[in-house]
Write a protein that binds this ligand. Structure first.
Ligand code: NAG
Ligand code: NAG
Ligand code: NAG
Ligand code: NAG
Ligand code: NAG
Ligand code: NAG
Ligand code: NAG
Ligand code: NAG
Ligand code: NAG
Ligand code: NAG
Ligand code: NAG
Ligand code: NAG
Length: 715
């Protein structure tokens, strides 16, 4: 209901602009069934409305457009109830001053003391018609004073003569009126006179009331005529107040409207609540639908008619959401789900830790949260215009903790590892640490608060998978697991055995752990060849030097870790000298020589000379490749052995034998034969047989040991 302001410029006789601001809106009611006299019409309007209509420039259009027949309006020449001093045509029925007129040309009609300017239709007759903007309905042309906006622009005019240049051609009647006389007798230019004359058309009405024609112009009619009529009513400015709004009830209060029979309260929502109340200015509404827009209209009822209602609209409080649960939790986000409560909900509001989001769906994902932290989420249901919110539903949860970083393993021993890491962003209350073997056997399972832990009681030489998980909510909520793989140091190998030949070496050992072995071969303090990595518990080496003291070191390896080395050393076998042979011999001296074995730099030898026959045996060290023995017996077959010698070991021998030069002597054996059998000794065969026996005897006795010869000489 806005205020309205309108400019009412009174036509012709009003000497200034009037600015009226009204505060009330009006409604107009045309009664065109069953005519009434002006007085009856007015009484009816006063009972059931406010009064007969008062016409203003602002409402004339509204009223006129609904007229179908000539109808009474609230104006008459004289009111019997008005003060005696009241002038004709001065007030409206409701007491408003007459600030506007809209007569049909020729009205009103005066019987006496009326000046009719019976002038010829000359240029001077319409000089006062410029203010057509205020009398729009019957204004003639205003071409003469196009730019005049106010009568005030002619404040000192005293005579029509001051507008000599008017040339319009419309009739003069529009300038007549009761107040015409206040100007005195206008002196028309050119000597024309204004002549008083009786109503020439005979339209004079004795008991004059004003009726509006259906196109808006006014005429006089006899007040006793039965005509349609127009009533008006000021709209009642009250408003319905709503208090104590809950999900299903509210209390309405409104302002009293005078002179009504009762009120009808209409509450419209999905279901209608319509109720008649009498003498009440309040109403308790119950059984409403939660979260719904309710429009309330309280119609005062007068003459069986609904007057303009007092009204309002309000939302009942929505019900709070139900089944609020945390559907999913990540490090930075929490997903909430809930169900729509009974009644209507237009929007949901999720509040948490100073932030809030709104959404229309049953569920929401809240992000940018701090990992590992507790959050309480409040969810409210609301209505379209956010005017009222439900009670809060809440749910509390932790975000998942983040994952640890820079997970490192150091200080590996055969039974322990030092595990260290950095905390993730956000909050954590501890860390779950597990260690397991490849076969998922759990070796270690503890919760710690530090960012490091000594993982103990591990088997040696084993691949260990270590998991670290950040925990929060008292250990109930786990972050993402971070895994690192490490190894315990293996234990050293045992039973390292080396077997050699002159140019090969085979190392073998035992190991309880270790996936591979690093094997090193050393000679004279220097590493020979690369570090060999083998996966079996032995390693052959070939192409070695003979008679060399090789050392072998073996470490068990798991992952990047090596056990302490186990070391053993062994000599490769010596090669015997070759081609032992006689260089020279005489009666008491013999010289043997030989060749040095291949692939040997510098070596010593032992030589041995012996004669089992004589029980002689000599040994000597030698570093040349020959040796001369002295003081020997002549004619003796001496055996010779030569061995290479290194590091206290001797090779197999190279052998030879030879005789010293014999100094021959003859030794005679005389044998006499006697036999019991005659002539037996004479037989040649017997003598040969004895000789052979003797020869056999000496062969057994002397063999090849010395130079000898048995010769038979018969006499
Ligand atoms: C008045 O006229 C307007 C439009 O011409 C119409 O909408 C309205 O219902 C009419 N009112 C009455 C009371 O006849
Ligand atoms: C009246 O106004 C019109 C246009 O608005 C202008 O052209 C004309 O000069 C004005 N006349 C006078 C007398 O001011
Ligand atoms: C109107 O008359 C008054 C008093 O006689 C005078 O002071 C004023 O200047 C006049 N105005 C004009 C526009 O002539
Ligand atoms: C009337 O018209 C004449 C000539 O047409 C002119 O000189 C005079 O100024 C005009 N008077 C007024 C008041 O406009
Ligand atoms: C509410 O009342 C109006 C008028 O009284 C009626 O037209 C409408 O059908 C009613 N609605 C319901 C849901 O009862
Ligand atoms: C209210 O009163 C009117 C008569 O005054 C009647 O027609 C209507 O049915 C009543 N409404 C209710 C809801 O009682
Ligand atoms: C509302 O929720 C839906 C689904 O969860 C989502 O796609 C949308 O972005 C949300 N809108 C707002 C304004 O948060
Ligand atoms: C959360 O809701 C429960 C009832 O569901 C209530 O007891 C508790 O006080 C609420 N918590 C907060 C922080 O409002
Ligand atoms: C882990 O090792 C990396 C690189 O080796 C290093 O930058 C980091 O600081 C270490 N972290 C810890 C917790 O020692
Ligand atoms: C570690 O111990 C906790 C309880 O002490 C147990 O719930 C969890 O399953 C264990 N983890 C492993 C890998 O055995
Ligand atoms: C870890 O524990 C083992 C066995 O108790 C111990 O020998 C080792 O020194 C510890 N390591 C560290 C870094 O404390
Ligand atoms: C360690 O983490 C890995 C990967 O997350 C998982 O497969 C394994 O089961 C975990 N081991 C233990 C002992 O928890």
């Amino acid at each position: 209901m806005g205020e309205f302001c309108l400019k009412e410029g009174m036509f012709l006789f009003v000497s200034s602009l009037v600015l009226i601001c009204g505060a009330a809106e009006q409604d107009y009611f045309v009664h065109d069934s069953g005519g009434r006299t002006w007085d009856k019409a007015r009484s009816y309007c006063q009972v059931c409305y406010k009064d007969l209509a008062t016409v203003t420039p602002a409402n004339i259009k509204t009223i006129a457009q609904n007229l179908t027949a000539v109808s009474w309006i609230g104006l008459r020449r004289n009111f019997s109830d008005a003060g005696s001093s009241s002038a004709s045509w001065s007030r409206w029925a409701d007491g408003e001053r007459l600030l506007f007129q809209n007569w049909y040309p020729g009205w009103p009609v005066f019987q006496k003391n009326v000046c009719y300017c019976n002038c010829p239709t000359t240029a001077t007759t319409t000089r006062f018609t410029p203010f057509t903007q205020f009398t729009s309905l019957n204004a003639p042309s205003s071409a003469e004073f196009p730019n005049a906006t106010s009568f005030a622009e002619f404040p000192n005019a005293t005579s029509f003569a001051e507008f000599p240049n008017a040339t319009g051609s419309a009739e003069f009647p529009t300038v007549v009126g009761p107040t015409m006389t206040s100007f005195g007798e206008p002196a028309l230019p050119g000597g024309t006179e204004c002549v008083l004359s009786p109503d020439p058309a005979g339209n004079y009405v004795e008991d004059s009331c004003v009726a509006m024609l259906s196109f808006g112009a006014w005429v006089e009619r006899s007040c006793s005529e039965r005509l349609s009529f127009v009533c008006y009513e000021d709209r009642f400015p009250g408003r319905v107040e709503v208090t104590e709004v809950t999900s299903e009830s509210a209390v309405l209060t409104w302002l009293p409207v005078p002179n009504i029979s009762h009120s009808r309260v209409e509450v419209k929502v999905h279901g209608n609540v319509t109720q008649n109340v009498t003498n009440l200015l309040t109403l308790d509404l119950v059984g409403l639908t939660a979260g719904s827009l309710h429009t309330v209209q309280v119609f005062p009822v007068k003459c069986g008619r609904d007057m303009h209602p007092q009204q309002t609209a309000f939302y009942t409080k929505p019900n709070k959401v139900v089944d609020l649960v945390v559907a999913d939790v990540t490090e930075a986000c929490v997903k909430l789900n809930w169900s729509k409560p009974a009644g209507n909900v237009d929007i949901y509001h999720v509040k948490f830790g100073g932030a809030s989001i709104r959404n229309k769906t049953e569920g929401s994902e809240v992000c940018n949260l701090t990992p590992g932290s507790p959050y309480t989420f409040f969810v409210l249901s609301g209505v379209e215009d956010n005017s009222i919110w439900s009670d809060e539903s809440n749910v509390t949860t932790y975000t998942r903790p983040g994952k640890v970083s820079h997970l490192n393993v150091t200080q590996n021993t055969h039974s322990s590892l030092l595990l260290a890491w950095e905390r993730p962003a956000g909050h954590t209350t501890g860390f779950g640490v597990t260690a397991a073997t490849d076969s998922d056997r759990v070796l270690f399972n503890e919760t710690v608060t530090q960012e490091k832990v000594n993982v103990t009681s591990l088997p040696p030489g084993t691949k260990i998978t270590l998991n670290v998980t950040a925990l929060t909510a008292g250990g109930k909520l786990e972050g993402e697991t971070v895994t690192v793989v490490s190894y315990t140091t293996p234990t050293p190998v045992s039973d390292l055995v080396l077997r050699t030949t002159s140019n090969t070496l085979n190392a073998s050992w035992n190991s309880a752990n270790g996936d591979t072995f690093d094997v090193e071969l050393w000679l004279d303090g220097e590493l020979v060849g690369p570090i060999y990595s083998v996966s079996t518990a032995e390693k052959p080496f070939v192409g070695l030097k003979a008679a060399a003291n090789y050392a072998v070191r073996v470490s068990a390896v798991t992952g990047h870790l090596r056990s302490l080395p186990k070391e053993a050393s062994a000599f490769t076998k010596l090669l015997p000298p070759t081609d032992a042979r006689l260089r020279s011999a005489d009666k008491h001296q013999i010289t043997f020589e030989w060749s040095a074995p291949e692939n040997i730099a510098k070596v010593n030898y032992t030589v041995r000379l012996y004669s089992t026959f004589w029980g002689q045996d000599w040994s000597h060290a030698e570093n040349e490749t020959f040796h001369t023995f002295d003081g020997l017996k002549s004619g003796t077959n001496y055996g010779f052995e030569v061995r290479t010698v290194a590091n206290g070991a001797e090779s197999d021998p190279a052998v030879a034998s030879n005789y010293t030069v014999a100094v021959k002597k003859e030794i005679s054996l005389s044998m006499m034969c006697s036999s019991a059998q005659s002539l037996l000794c004479d037989k040649q065969s017997t003598r040969d047989s004895v000789f052979n026996e003797l020869n056999t005897h000496f062969r057994e006795l002397l063999g090849d040991s010395v130079v000898w010869k048995l010769v038979k000489q018969e006499n």
